[in-house]
Design a protein around this ligand. Structure first.
Ligand code: ATP
Length: 232
């Protein structure tokens, strides 16, 4: 029997998720019944060919896009039937996102980019500054804390973006090709820093990557075959 309810202990739980897009007169069925569970502290790599639906899956898991069918629960909260405001609140409280391109605010320093989500969540400036410095140190980029993104290297910018994504201790981190824009050496350095941080904080993460070597460092690899999730 198909599981469709919330999964109280999982960081992320998708059951029977379907999503299609309009294509000319017909439709393109991208996700055709995705079942995926991320337990707390689990690091899962999503490895699949271009166009298989990785970004679509991540956007649905991030509550940025709605599934046509199926259920998505984040940190034990079943999202089917929630309104936009409740989804936004759950996303803010429970999800961190990292993209291929950093999306940092250009006029803010690295430190300010990391403290912003904490301040928006109500943290006091001193507490936020000190937590942000600690995160930037763990990611080996604190010496650049006072610089703006335009003054940082690509690898430094991605490490700041990681620090920002985990600043509010999300239940789940979703990453779409987080090192896809970096040269292999820098990608490895950034990925190692990410895995170290994730292990030390018990973060759960679903990371889409084309890089099999990096995917091997995660606990588990999954792929998308004909719109369904399979373990590799
Ligand atoms: N908003 C949209 N409208 C119509 N079609 C879309 C939309 N978003 C994605 N698609 C299509 O859905 C399919 C899956 O796209 P998706 O971006 O999820 O793949 P992907 O696995 O992330 O690919 P890549 O590795 O190239 O980024 C593609 O054929 C894409 O053209």
């Amino acid at each position: 029997m198909r599981d469709t309810g919330a999964h109280p202990t999982a960081a992320l739980h998708l059951a029977g998720v379907e999503r299609s897009y309009r294509e000319g007169e017909g439709k393109l069925a991208v996700l055709r019944g995705v079942d995926l569970t991320l337990e707390p502290g689990e690091l899962v790599a999503l490895v699949a060919p271009s166009g298989a639906g990785k970004s679509t899956l991540l956007h649905i898991a991030a509550l940025l896009e709605r599934a046509d069918k199926g259920s998505v629960s984040v940190a034990g909260v079943e999202t089917t039937g929630l309104g936009d405001a409740a989804l936004t609140e759950l996303r803010r409280a429970s999800i961190g996102m990292i993209y291929q391109f950093h999306h940092l605010l250009p006029d803010f320093t690295a430190l300010e980019n990391v403290t912003l989500p904490m301040r928006l969540a109500g943290a006091d400036k001193k507490v936020a500054d000190s937590a942000a410095h600690a995160l930037l140190s763990e990611l080996d980029v604190d010496r650049r804390a006072g610089h703006r993104p335009g003054e940082l290297s690509g690898g430094e910018r991605q490490r700041v973006a990681i620090a920002r994504a985990v600043a509010n201790r999300p239940a789940v981190l979703l990453a779409d090709e987080p090192t896809g824009n970096l040269d292999p050496g820098t990608a490895e350095h950034v990925f190692n820093a990410f895995v170290r941080l994730a292990r030390s904080t018990g973060l759960s993460a679903l990371v889409a990557t084309h890089n099999h070597e990096l995917a091997d460092r995660m606990d588990r690899r999954v792929t998308l075959v004909d719109g369904r999730c399979e373990t590799l």
